[in-house]
Structure formats: structure tokens, C-alpha cells
Design a protein around this ligand. Structure first.
Ligand code: FAD
Length: 485
């Protein structure tokens, strides 16, 4: 398929609820302040500026109230107050929503980030995880037992938002998406009720929570199944000059066809970062990196990996046995808090020549030292779960692309956004799906696509929404509107 010139799309505005004037001097607020165990933060309070910030420094919103919850009782109290007041409700787990859904203007932020308790039962191979836990905190609690939950690739991302949208990363092909290892969730509903949803109790709600979870309630605790991982994995990047991208990517495509589930790879085109792991002469040089993570017998992994490592003339090969925890943290320095980020994503069924040519072309136009585009390999265990078994969709996709426009400071950020949009548009002929966790505010149509092209899946989600949140209290998210009464 050849890529034709595609017009740069005009972003479709999503209807954003108008901020209401929240009264912080009336009896209802005083009642909340009396019962709330955390320290409420209002505009003008000392911690306000810091607490309203989220990971993406391009988002600058001013909530009326930040409610840092210490447990589910605080969640119930803050939510009840918000509903009675009519204030928009933003829910914050790890604060890593690309479009900044975890903070709002004029409303209340229900901030779960302090609810980090993690209880691992190594015998039962389960973990109960507070809604404020970050991926690295979960891994740190489970890895001493040689266990892990499949999650994402940057350790300071929140378990909550990532899981509720699906969750893909280094263990996906072996153990599926994060939602595939989720056993149950404890949540607070829009009506302030505490409910546990799992296979045996509220199974329909549990189905919806696994992929569209932010729409139906506020999760206070997750229970995951744990799987054997590491603690040592065979992992790391092999780097080639970006000019070699067309050949490397064509070889890569053939190499991963039929690869065992133990292997998950991510390919990144970017300028090599100034990492101490890389020789200084490579810093800033545009490269293509194939990064592997082999979760299995190391000898078998060496065999599987060899052809890729020997292809062409790599600049550097850093693939070796290392702690899973170290591999998980590999990208952390590339995505620090407070920089400006504009990301767009799309699923791909396969790597057509035309798609690879577009990637090579836009790799050659990367201006920022930080911008790049990770291409996640899917398949394996992700694809063995049925499309209708969870709200999370895109089970049969081969790859997920995430185009990252990044600038440390405002200067040059508009140009990065332009590069991302143009690149994303040029990929349109090859796009096959939408991953809800990689959406910006892209409009209703894109949210529909995130739940598959099957209309009945969206209808099922809308019916669930009408049952659990008919007033659309939870609307600052990739929103599923309630089915019409
Ligand atoms: P938040 O901004 O706190 O929340 C995001 C959304 O989830 C909001 O709409 C919020 O309302 C809702 N939400 C949060 N907590 C709750 C809760 N307890 N109950 C109900 N709703 C809640 N995704 C992947 O799959 N794989 C990756 O490898 C990956 N890497 C990433 C790396 C970075 C640096 C970033 C920024 C994101 C990455 N993502 C990845 C995307 C990530 O899954 C989403 O951004 C996700 O929403 C982040 O979750 P959070 O809890 O940090 O975010």
C-alpha cells in the first residue's frame, strides 16, 4: 500500500464541562473539611502550585480544590461533596494522562497518589495494590519474590490509569495486558457506594473496568495475579544509524514473525540520549534501536536474539542479562516530570513497506533531542484474549506506535507538535486501531475506535455507564457517554 499525501487533521474539540463556581465557604465544604482525613489543598494554600502540576508540563490547569485521599472513606467524602456541588471531578492516580485528564480547571481533583499500600502474597501469587502506586513501586514489591505484573515501560507511570486503559509493556507477549492479570477492583461508584468487581461479583462491571475503567467509578485498590519474571532478564538495546532504518526495519519484521512469547521488543527512532550507558560520541546521533526483553531461559534467548544482534553493522549492542527492575527503569530519564509532551498513537496490523518508509522519513526529521517514536510489538498472550472478553481492545494488532513530541522548555514545542501531527497523518493509510491510553483529546470518533470498530462493544459500555454513572460524573477521561434512558 502506498502512502498518499494526507491532510493534517484539525483536532476535534472534545466538549469539556464548564467549570462551575465552587463554594469553599459554605456548610457543605466545612462538613467535608471536618470528615476528610487528608489535607485539603485550595488555591492560595502553600502546596497548591506543586500539587496541581501533573507529569505533562504542557498542561496548566487550576482546580478549585485538591483532595489528597488517605483511603476509601476520603474518596467517598470528596466525591459526595463534588457531586452535591456540581463540581467537575478529575481523578488522579499517577498523573501521567497524556492530555491531562487528572487535573481540571475549577473543579475538584480526587488525588489518590498517597494511597500506595502494596500487599504481596507470594504463596497465592497475588498482590493488592493501592490506587496511588506507581509501576516501579509495584515491581519493587513483587520482584523480591521473582514475580511481576505486566505493566508499562516507565516506572513513574501510575498503576491505576495504565491498568484501567489496558496496559502494555515488556511482559505483554508473555503475560498479556495488565488487565489480563487483574483479578478484582475495589471501587467507589458515582453514587458513593463501595463495590468490589471481579469474575464472581459484578462481572459485567469488571469487564468494563478492564479497558474503560475510568468511566465507572474510582478504584481504591486493585488485586492482580502475579507471574514468574526474572529477577534477571536478557534485555537491552541494539543501535544502528538512523540511515539504516529501512533495512533494519525490514529485517526486524521478518525476525519477529513467529517469535516466541518470551520475546517482547520495542523499536525506537530518536537521537541517542546523553545516557552514561552510551559512549559520548553517540550522544545526539539519530539512531534506530531495537530493544528486546526476553523472559525465559537465557540460553534460548541468546539463540533467538542472535540474528537481530548480528544484522548489518550495529553501532552498539547493550543486550545482556540484567535485573528486570533495571530494564524497567531504562526509559525513566527520557520522560521526566514537567517537560512538554505532545503524543499521538495508532495501532498497526503489520509493518507494510509503506509504513516503514514513512517512519524512516519522519525519523530523519526529528529536531528535538528528546522526541522519538516507540513502536511496541504486540501479539502473543495479548492476542490470545478475545476481543469481547475485556473492554480493552485491539487484541489482534501487530504493533502499537506512539509518536512522542517532547521539549524540555516551551521553545520549539509548537514545531514538535507539528512534526507529530504531520507524521501521524502520514501514517493514516496504515492505521488499524486506537489504544485508549495513547489518546490525547482527539474527539468522540477516536474514542469509539479505541473500543474496536464493533458498535455493539461501545453500546455495551454505554449501557454499563448508564447503570453505574448515569449523570456522567466521571467525564474527565476518554469518555463513554451513558446510553440514552
Ligand atoms: P492519571 O493521569 O492519574 O490517570 C489517567 C486516567 O485514568 C484519568 O482519566 C483518570 O481519571 C483515570 N484514573 C486514574 N486513576 C484512577 C482510579 N483510581 N480510578 C478510576 N480512574 C482513574 N501505557 C502503556 O500501556 N504502556 C506503557 O508503556 C506506557 N508508558 C507510558 C510512559 C509515560 C511516560 C506516560 C506518561 C504514559 C505511558 N503510558 C503507557 C500511558 C499510560 O497508560 C496512561 O497515560 C495512563 O493513563 C497513566 O496512568 P496514571 O495513573 O499515571 O494517570
Amino acid at each position: 500500500m502506498g502512502a498518499s499525501t494526507v491532510p493534517v487533521p484539525v483536532p476535534v474539540p472534545v466538549p469539556v464541562p464548564q467549570p462551575v463556581r465552587v463554594r469553599l465557604d459554605d456548610p457543605a465544604y466545612h462538613e467535608l473539611a471536618r470528615s476528610f482525613r487528608g489535607s485539603l489543598v485550595r488555591a492560595g494554600d502553600a502546596p497548591y502550585e506543586e500539587r496541581r502540576r501533573i507529569w505533562n508540563g504542557a498542561i496548566d490547569r487550576h482546580p478549585a480544590l485538591i483532595a489528597p485521599c488517605t483511603g476509601s472513606a476520603d474518596v467517598v467524602a470528596a466525591l459526595k461533596w463534588a457531586v452535591e456541588t456540581g463540581a467537575p471531578v478529575a481523578v488522579r492516580g499517577g498523573g501521567h494522562s497524556f492530555p491531562g485528564h487528572s487535573v481540571c480547571d475549577g473543579g475538584v481533583v480526587i488525588d489518590l497518589s498517597a494511597m500506595k499500600e502494596i500487599r504481596v502474597d507470594p504463596e497465592a501469587r497475588t498482590a493488592r495494590v493501592g490506587a496511588g502506586a506507581l509501576l516501579g513501586e509495584l515491581d519493587a514489591a513483587t520482584q523480591p519474590f521473582g514475580l511481576a505484573v505486566p505493566s508499562g515501560i516507565v516506572t513513574h507511570t501510575g498503576v491505576a490509569g495504565l491498568t484501567l486503559g489496558g496496559g502494555i509493556g515488556w511482559l505483554s507477549r508473555k503475560y498479556g495486558m495488565s488487565v489480563d492479570q487483574l483479578l478484582s477492583v475495589d471501587l467507589v461508584t458515582a453514587g458513593g457506594e463501595r463495590v468490589t468487581a471481579g469474575a464472581a461479583h459484578e462481572p459485567e462491571l469488571f469487564w468494563g473496568m478492564r479497558g474503560a475503567g475510568g468511566n465507572f467509578g474510582i478504584v481504591t485498590e486493585f488485586t492482580f495475579r502475579l507471574n514468574p519474571v526474572g529477577p534477571t532478564v536478557l534485555a537491552g538495546p541494539v543501535l544502528w544509524p538512523v540511515e539504516d532504518s529501512p533495512q533494519v526495519m525490514r529485517f526486524y519484521r521478518d525476525w519477529i514473525a513467529g517469535a516466541p512469547d518470551e520475546l517482547t521488543t520495542i523499536v525506537i527512532h530518536r537521537k541517542a540520549p546523553p545516557s552514561p550507558a552510551l559512549p559520548p560520541e553517540l550522544h545526539g546521533r539519530p539512531v534506530v534501536m531495537v530493544i528486546a526483553c526476553w523472559v525465559g531461559e537465557p540460553e534460548a534467548g541468546e539463540e533467538v536474539m542472535r540474528p537481530m544482534r548480528e544484522f548489518g553493522r550495529p553501532l552498539l549492542d547493550l543486550c545482556r542479562p540484567k535485573p528486570y527492575l533495571a530494564h524497567q527503569a531504562m526509559f525513566d530519564p527520557s520522560f521526566p516530570h514537567g517537560w512538554r509532551y505532545y503524543f499521538r498513537g495508532c495501532g498497526l496490523d503489520r509493518l507494510d513497506d509503506g509504513a516503514l518508509d514513512v517512519m524512516a522519513r519522519y525519523a530523519g526529521r526529528i529536531a528535538s533531542p528528546q522526541s522519538g517514536f516507540p513502536l511496541f510489538q504486540l501479539g502473543g498472550a495479548v492476542a490470545r484474549v478475545g476481543e469481547d472478553d475485556t473492554a480493552a481492545s485491539g487484541r489482534s494488532l501487530g504493533h502499537m506506535l506512539n509518536i512522542n513530541g517532547i521539549r524540555e522548555a516551551p521553545e520549539g514545542f509548537d514545531e514538535e507538535r507539528g512534526w507529530v501531527r504531520e507524521f501521524w497523518s502520514a501514517m493514516q493509510p496504515y492505521q488499524a486501531g486506537v489504544y485508549v491510553n495513547f489518546l490525547m483529546d482527539e474527539g468522540e470518533q477516536r474514542i469509539r475506535l479505541a473500543y474496536g470498530s464493533r458498535e455493539r462493544k461501545l453500546e455495551r459500555l454505554r449501557a454499563l455507564k448508564a447503570e453505574w454513572d448515569p449523570g456522567n460524573v466521571f467525564r474527565l477521561n476518554q469518555n463513554i457517554p451513558p446510553a440514552d434512558a
